[in-house]
Ligand binder design. Structure first.
Ligand SMILES: NC(=O)C1=CN([C@@H]2O[C@H](COP(=O)(O)OP(=O)(O)OC[C@H]3O[C@@H](n4cnc5c(N)ncnc54)[C@H](O)[C@@H]3O)[C@@H](O)[C@H]2O)[C@@H](O)CC1
Ligand SMILES: Nc1ncnc2c1ncn2[C@@H]1O[C@H](COP(=O)(O)OP(=O)(O)O)[C@@H](O)[C@H]1O
Ligand SMILES: [K+]
Length: 500
């Protein structure tokens, strides 16, 4: 069956796509010409009333695209200014030719003196995929002037300063209203800092042959709400609860009992056949009051769980587990028992912190769900290192722990060992609320219990979680969104047809 979703690319792949598109072309500037024209058409379509256009051009071919756009705007009768740093005259032959054509047509170029001219639209053609270092002070001032101008900003290819590969900003990056990508979509615009800087996304393939793109190696596959149906098929009419698996959720030390309650509720709403919870005695009654469908038992150690362990199809360990003696004991014993009983595991929250502190070989088929802080502990680096290059981090985590990893946060990434990451193109900052991750853990466990493999369950669950977050936010707004709101809406999202 065809893979769901659409490929996203990194800079190396985009360079290969460009080279293959240009092979045999008589005019090496043909793509630059098309890119600048596409930029101007997009500007006209989105901002038809804009008359004064400021085009900020950098020293490379992204600047070249800007000069082409500026010439198009000039020829359309607009009031156009190209703005650049004195030190950033065009350096490539193609960009120099486009700059010369603009000047020959009477176009005006001004050096940046701390402020951009008055304009109805600012074009960001400073850097594209060729960004190679953090901007210096003068360039930072120019970037800040673009973002702070007040007029809408159309970024050509990439918002300048954002890494198209990593989705991170070293220093400063343009905050664009819209970004028009060229040739093929970039991974870095969709994760980490990408969405905050890129604004609305468009793509122009510049008329190249499809095979130039399909021959390139994707850096990730993007999935969104339309892809849920790939995994969430209608149930067989002859189904019974035994077919939909039994989830055992372990966690909820004193003071964090709500975490395992949320995981259990999410597992139920994501369609697990049976959900059992092992937690501290004090949490048994409240958990049963909220979810009478769950089977709840007080647990001091795993031997108290022997029967439950054998019956479970998947074990979710971590929500509210804590790092005290209780959590330590359950962590070690659960991993031993899961290995001995060959039970699929989902590890989250303090189970990840305990794993980082006491590394051990994991059994096959484990799913880890770190947020960037937990991911940093699992790799022995800082959180900033994870966020600097989320795609590399998720690949490294999957390889280091031989597990499927969900790296959470804006533009969550899911990766199996040696695989191409999946980019979850859904979710919103309303989900940055305590307990949201516990809901995800419950969903993954439920899908695993319903027969999905580790990678399928992780991708589908991360997508379902994010789609539910978007639906809940659409109903009541992002601020104040609670994990319980997601659980309430999960059923509507988890059934084919409900998410058309
Ligand atoms: N790759 C492609 O397929 C196509 C590329 N085109 C455009 O060309 C762009 C790539 O062009 P380039 O490879 O010339 O790269 P860029 O124009 O993105 O930037 C490279 C230039 O900026 C300088 N530079 C990089 N980081 C800097 C920093 N922090 N401070 C100051 N200077 C810095 C480099 O020394 C170099 O001169 C694409 O993003 C796109 O806009 C289009 O013309 C059409 C097709
Ligand atoms: N800005 C955001 N955009 C999209 N999703 C987000 C954002 N912030 C958080 N989330 C999602 O919300 C969940 C938060 O999980 P986590 O940080 O583990 O919270 P907790 O430990 O409190 O349960 C993750 O699935 C994450 O991807
Ligand atoms: K740009």
């Amino acid at each position: 069956m065809a893979l769901p979703g659409d490929p996203l690319y990194d800079t190396a792949a985009l360079r290969a796509i460009e080279a293959s598109a240009l092979a045999g072309q008589a005019d090496p500037a043909i793509l630059m010409q098309r890119a600048g024209r596409a930029g101007w058409q997009m500007a006209r379509r989105c901002w038809p009333d804009a008359r004064r256009i400021a085009v900020v051009c950098g020293p490379g071919n992204n600047g070249g695209d800007g000069y082409v756009l500026a010439l198009q705007a000039l020829q359309a009768g607009m009031d156009v200014r190209v703005v650049r740093l004195e030190s950033q005259a065009p350096r490539t032959e193609a960009a120099q030719a486009m700059c010369a054509a603009f000047e020959t047509a009477g176009g005006r170029i001004v050096h940046f003196d701390g402020a951009l001219p008055a304009a109805d639209l600012v074009i960001d053609a400073l850097f594209g995929i060729g960004l190679s270092r953090a901007p210096d002070d003068a360039t930072t001032a120019l970037i800040e002037a673009i973002s702070g101008h007040g007029a809408p900003v159309l970024a050509l290819d990439t918002p300048s300063g954002l890494s198209a590969d990593r989705g991170s900003v070293a220093g400063a990056a343009v905050v664009a209203t819209r970004t028009l990508q060229f040739l093929a979509p970039q991974l870095g615009l969709r994760t980490g800092d990408g969405p905050d800087h890129a604004g609305a996304l468009s793509l122009d393939t510049l008329g190249i042959a499809r095979t130039c793109v399909t021959d390139a190696r994707p850096a990730a596959r993007r999935v969104d709400t339309h892809d849920l149906a790939h995994w969430l098929k209608p149930r067989r009419r002859n189904a019974h609860k035994g077919r939909h698996g039994r989830v055992l959720c372990i966690g909820g030390d004193h003071s964090t009992g709500g975490a395992v309650l949320l995981a259990a509720g999410a597992a139920l709403r994501a369609g697990a056949g049976l959900v059992e919870v092992a937690t501290q005695g004090a949490h048994v009654a409240p958990l049963l009051a909220r979810w009478p469908e769950a089977m709840v038992r007080r647990t001091d150690n795993v031997s108290a769980l022997a029967g439950a362990f054998e019956a479970a199809d998947v074990v979710a360990l971590g929500p509210g587990l804590g790092r005290g003696a209780w959590g330590h004991t359950l962590f070690e014993e659960t991993l031993d028992a899961a290995t001995a009983n060959d039970r699929p595991l989902v590890l989250d929250a303090d189970a990840l912190n305990l794993l980082a502190a006491r590394p051990r070989t994991l059994p096959a088929g484990v799913v880890l769900t770190p947020h960037p802080g937990e991911a940093a502990r699992l790799l022995g680096v800082d959180t900033a290192d994870i966020q600097r290059d989320r795609p590399a981090a998720v690949r490294a985590l999957a390889a280091r722990w031989n597990a499927v990893v969900v790296l959470k946060g804006a533009g969550s990434l899911v990766c199996a060992p040696g695989g191409v990451p999946w980019l979850i193109d859904a979710g919103n900052p309303g989900m940055a609320t305590g307990g949201m991750g516990d809901v995800l853990t419950g969903i993954i466990a439920a899908l695993r219990a319903q027969g999905h493999g580790a990678e399928d369950a992780a991708v589908c669950a991360a997508l379902l979680h994010a789609v539910a977050g978007d639906r809940a936010a659409a109903q009541g707004g992002e601020r104040g969104l609670l994990p319980g709101d997601l659980i309430d809406i999960l059923r509507a999202c988890a059934n084919p047809g409900a998410h058309a």
